[in-house]
Write a protein that binds this ligand. Structure first.
Ligand code: M6R
Length: 615
């Protein structure tokens, strides 16, 4: 996950920035760079690998100046190399940019800018931003700078956090945020200002911070900042005082880690995709999955083992892998697996899913599979965990540390990993034609931004929570690939609000669950567009006929379901295989706000632990 630091004041900017970047090292990176605004020019130093390489270069050739920006990069487009490292300069070397996120439409923009005569130095998507600014700033006065920059940035598709500096305007930096590609915190000092993607980078210097929201741009000089909406007009920001204790500092301006982790999803989903999509050949690259093509082609079955939320992710995985790779997939509770004399052998691959990588039942299931000579693979979040040490094939979630006991971002990142696995097996086994692979990659790259759009339902969901937080039961209904999403929605609500909730395949209602339905029961239905939509519509009508309170998740533009549902939440449509990742987000928020209204201990719910290391 890339890191961003900016400084303007009276100190040596390069030193302040380098120190800030060091505090972001935990995020992971493969290259780094710093740009400092000199008297009439911008100087840039970049290097591959660790910050000590950058530091050595800076010692050889010190950068002097009191304003600068720095970046640690984790490659998405283009290999980790010095020329792909940020900051990126425009053709005149007067504008410089650092960026977190993915410019989804960079190919079209790059071509347009090349046609206009711009020369690109890197293979990155980020470089289009600086050339776009060069193009659009031309002939503009400082007075129009914010509005012209806003126009330029709104041409970028995807989610972005950006810092801009220019020798044309040597007294201020610009910071902008579009969507949730990571935040930007702006910190105030005495005659100096700081900004960073993460609070720890600047916390030793300042505790007074404001946070840019999506769609905002700030002009930062040494005495303060002004914030504007990208659509026009100044914005008044609330200043937060960040406490010293490291736990509260890590939570930032969020009330709970769970809330923070829900909001971090676009950023970590980007990390999960990073370096794994090859648009040239329309292929997926799995860096730690060393099974031969022959072994993968010989597979007769995949068995997924996991517990809790990871198990529900596994159930979604069954739909993904069976459709993409046409291999039979069974999904087992890890706690049950070894006790049922499972039929598994060298022709099978086990896929263990575990956020912590330490769950004892999942470890025991892997051991069972190992004894029966199955191929051992795992989807894990924590590097170095036991599961990551014993499995041959690894697909990391890249969800970052998950502190809230109720899993959120690890779930969505796992779904991406399962999609990648299904795609990878499909590409190896020849079940995915090139055209379909290209179309799927185009969808996949849009995912982080669309999750960010779904998060805008926050206040609508908060209102729903205020209406129904006193309910004693909830029912969640879904079909096909969204049935496990219904299970996960119910699981989240149970874990943190202590309300009884059930998830059910909607087609099964008439076989028993119908008996529970009355006018007091909130029923959350997942009815976004897919081939089971019409079946779901008729299930919703059946629930409506029994007077229940229907809260429906639908695709944007849907009009039929609103005739029956009391509340409708409209979601973007990313195709039936990726929609589940969008659909789970409102269910996480609903559980969160209901638990908040009920005054529950959200991050540490009663009787539950983050890592379950006993049977
Ligand atoms: O670390 P793991 O993914 O192996 O943990 C499995 C479950 O214990 C975990 O998913 C649990 O259900 C969480 N509390 C879910 O929110």
């Amino acid at each position: 996950m890339c890191g961003i630091v900016g400084y303007i004041g009276f100190q040596n900017a390069a030193e302040v920035i380098l120190e800030g970047l060091r505090r972001l090292e935990y995020r992971g990176y493969d290259s780094a760079g710093i740009a400092i605004a000199g008297r009439d020019s911008i100087q840039v130093v970049r290097s591959v690998g660790k910050l000590q390489n950058l530091s050595a270069k800076l010692q050889e050739c010190p950068l002097m100046g009191n304003m600068g920006i720095g970046h640690t990069r984790w490659a998405t487009h283009g290999e980790p190399s010095e020329r792909n490292a940020h900051p990126h300069l425009d053709c005149t070397r007067q504008i410089v940019v650092i960026h977190n996120g993915i410019v989804e439409n960079y190919r079209a923009l790059k071509q347009e800018l090349i046609n206009q005569g711009h020369v690109f130095q890197s293979e990155t998507d980020s470089e289009v931003i600086v050339h776009l600014l060069e193009e659009m700033w031309r002939g503009q006065s400082e007075q129009d700078l914010i509005s012209v920059t806003a126009q330029a940035l709104t041409r970028l598709e995807g989610a972005h956090a950006i810092l801009i500096m220019s020798s044309l305007f040597p007294n201020f930096l610009l910071a902008a945020r579009l969507g949730n590609a990571g935040g930007i915190a702006i910190g105030r000092g005495e005659h100096e200002m700081y900004c960073a993607s993460d609070i720890p980078a600047i916390l030793p210097h300042t505790r007074e911070m404001v946070f840019l929201e999506t769609g905002e741009i700030a002009r930062i000089d040494s005495s303060g900042y002004q914030c504007f909406s990208l659509t026009g007009g100044p914005v008044t920001k609330e200043t937060f005082r960040i406490p010293w204790d490291p736990v509260s500092a890590a939570r930032g301006h969020y009330t709970h880690f769970m809330q923070k982790e829900i909001y971090e999803q676009p950023e970590f989903l980007t990390d999960t995709l990073r370096n794994r999509l090859n648009f040239e050949n329309s292929e997926i690259v799995l860096e730690q999955f060393p099974f031969s093509d022959q072994a993968l082609n010989a597979l007769e079955k995949i068995t997924i083992v996991a517990c809790g939320t990871s198990y529900y992710a596994g159930l979604v995985g069954k739909y993904l892998i069976e459709e993409l790779a046409r291999i039979p997939v069974e999904v087992d509770y890890a706690s049950e697996f070894r006790y049922r004399q499972p039929l598994i052998g060298p022709e099978s691959m086990i896929v263990a899913i575990s956020q912590s990588g330490e769950t004892v039942d999942t470890l025991a299931a892997i051991d069972e599979a190992r004894q029966k000579q199955a191929l051992l693979s795992a989807i894990v979040n924590v590097p170095g965990s036991q599961i990551s040490r014993i499995c041959t094939g690894l697909i990391f979630m890249h969800a970052g540390p998950e502190i809230g006991v109720a899993s959120t971002k690890a779930f969505s990142c796992t779904l991406v990993d399962l999609f990648l696995l299904g795609f990878y097996l499909g590409q190896k086994r020849g079940t995915l034609a090139q055209e379909r692979r290209t179309a799927l990659l185009e969808q996949l790259i849009r995912l982080p931004k669309l999750v960010s759009d779904v998060l805008e339902l926050d206040s609508a969901i908060k209102e729903l929570a205020a209406q129904y937080y006193e309910a004693s039961d909830f029912l969640y209904l879904g079909r096909g690939i969204n049935y496990p999403i219904a299970l996960e929605g119910a699981h989240k609500l149970k874990e943190i609000s202590y309300i009884h909730a059930e998830g059910c395949p909607a087609g099964e209602m008439k076989h028993g669950i119908n008996a529970l339905i009355d006018r007091h029961l909130p029923v959350v239905t997942i009815a976004t567009h897919d081939r089971l939509y019409h079946k779901m519509l008729s299930n919703i009508q059946q629930v409506h006929a029994r007077d229940a309170i229907i809260i429906a998740l639908v695709s944007q533009g849907e009009s039929e379901i609103s005739k029956f549902a009391r509340h409708v939440l409209e979601l973007p449509d990313l195709g039936h295989l990726l929609n589940p990742i969008l659909n789970v987000v409102p269910l996480q928020l609903l559980a969160y706000y209901i638990a908040l209204k009920r005054g529950c201990d959200i991050d540490q719910p009663r009787n539950l632990a983050k890592s379950v290391t006993v049977e």
